[in-house]
Design a protein around this ligand. Structure first.
Ligand code: SF4
Ligand SMILES: [Zn+2]
Ligand SMILES: [Zn+2]
Length: 381
């Protein structure tokens, strides 16, 4: 500090180093701290999350799911920084998905391409159009905007897997932050989706149908702090929202959480903490057998029905047919799938049928345009 700069008053000092002027009120705990201490605590907390959860091992190659938005930009920057600072010994590659959303993804991909140069990291871009022969714009024009995020989510998941597999990488790291995680916990809680609720706070996930694992080093990082970090570090990121807004229920849950955060900032971590301690009660599952089980136990020959009855809390039951072994391949696209046909192919099949239906209806009569609109309105997915 130069001799001409007035010394800050004691009450203005950083609560951590007690020597520099506090510039930031930390959204996470309302602590007043200086910029350098903010960088330090923010980076150290992420490092601790990585180490405590053993997210990486030396020599591992990881793909950062990079969208050009604030979360993934800060993630790529910080992972590179921490990798060098703490010698994780990991190799980082940027992996981007081009969903084909004009005016949104094309601009954000331009940001990722600049990040590639700025951080000197290799970049791989995988597009929906190349993989599925459908862009998101085409999907929305065929199926409407209402379920756009459902389609996009399923297709992105597989696209990330395929992109990583192409790179010979089996670990995708994403920029999901504490707000996203708390929002998901709340959403699953509100709609009674207990199976998802139990898994919604897992930091490292792997699915039996995919060899690619995923992790979220920002699990405990607040969105507001990520934005502050990007702002003070002058990182180059893209901040426009997707043209197809998130589904209404998620949007409402987000609002609810923002309102809760305004009166109790710790609620984001508190919700995650609650989610972490949420364990499903053992389900009442009974194996159902036919009355006279014959000697041969195959379903076609009348052996035990390969079904389980799950008795739900409200007394209703659901039948879970087994039969497809995890690790199977999709009959249509050949990609790993625990079902006969993977989810992406199922959605695409529906789209193809609708496209055909629309084109037939369109040629049938002179008021074709009105009919197409009607047909689109009636479609359900
Ligand atoms: S908001 Fe929905 S449609 Fe847009 S990129 Fe996200 S998931 Fe895809
Ligand atoms: Zn300080
Ligand atoms: Zn498939």
């Amino acid at each position: 500090m130069s001799s001409t700069t007035p010394r800050p008053k004691l009450s203005q000092l950083c609560e951590l180093c007690h020597c520099r002027k506090a510039m930031i009120k930390r959204p996470k705990n309302l602590q007043k701290i200086c910029k350098l201490c903010f960088y330090n605590v923010f980076e150290t907390e992420i490092h601790n999350t990585i180490v405590n959860n053993k997210l990486f091992y030396p020599g591992e190659r990881i793909a950062v799911g990079a969208s050009g938005g604030k979360d993934s930009t800060v993630l790529a920057y910080i992972l590179k920084l921490l990798n060098e600072r703490y010698n994780y010994g990991v190799e980082i590659v940027l992996l981007s998905i081009d969903e084909g959303i004009v005016g949104y993804r094309d601009d954000s991909l331009a940001t990722v391409k600049r990040n590639k140069e700025q951080y000197n990291l290799p970049l791989e871009i995988v597009s929906y159009k190349d993989l599925y022969n459908w862009s998101m714009d085409e999907i929305v024009s065929c199926a409407g905007i209402r379920n756009s995020c459902t389609y996009c989510g399923v297709l992105r998941r597989q696209a990330l897997d395929r992109g990583a597999a192409k790179l010979g990488i089996n670990h995708v790291v994403t920029g999901h932050n504490a707000d996203d995680m708390a929002e998901t916990v709340l959403m699953n809680l509100l709609r009674g989706d207990v199976a998802r609720l139990e898994k919604s706070t897992t930091i490292m996930t792997s699915s039996s149908g995919s060899p690619i694992k995923r992790s979220k080093p920002f699990k405990y990082s607040y969105q507001k702090e990520i934005v502050l970090y990007a702002h003070y570090k002058k990182l180059d990121y893209f901040s426009t929202e997707c043209t197809y807004a998130p589904e209404a229920f998620r949007g409402t849950t987000r609002e609810l959480m923002k309102n809760l955060e305004a009166i109790r900032p710790s609620c984001i971590i508190d919700i995650i903490h609650s989610g972490e301690n949420f364990v499903l009660r053992e389900k009442k599952i009974r194996q159902q057998f036919r009355k006279n089980p014959p000697k041969q136990s195959t379903e076609s020959k009348g052996g035990p029905i390969n079904e389980e009855i799950e008795v739900r809390a409200d007394g209703s039951i659901s039948l879970n047919k087994k039969g497809f072994v995890d690790g199977n391949r999709c009959e249509k696209c050949g990609y790993l799938s625990s079902n006969k046909i993977c989810k992406a192919c199922m959605l695409l099949e529906g789209l193809e049928m609708n496209r055909a239906k629309i084109s037939i209806d369109n040629n049938e009569s002179i008021d074709g345009a009105a009919k197409v609109v009607r047909t689109l309105e009636q479609l359900t997915f």
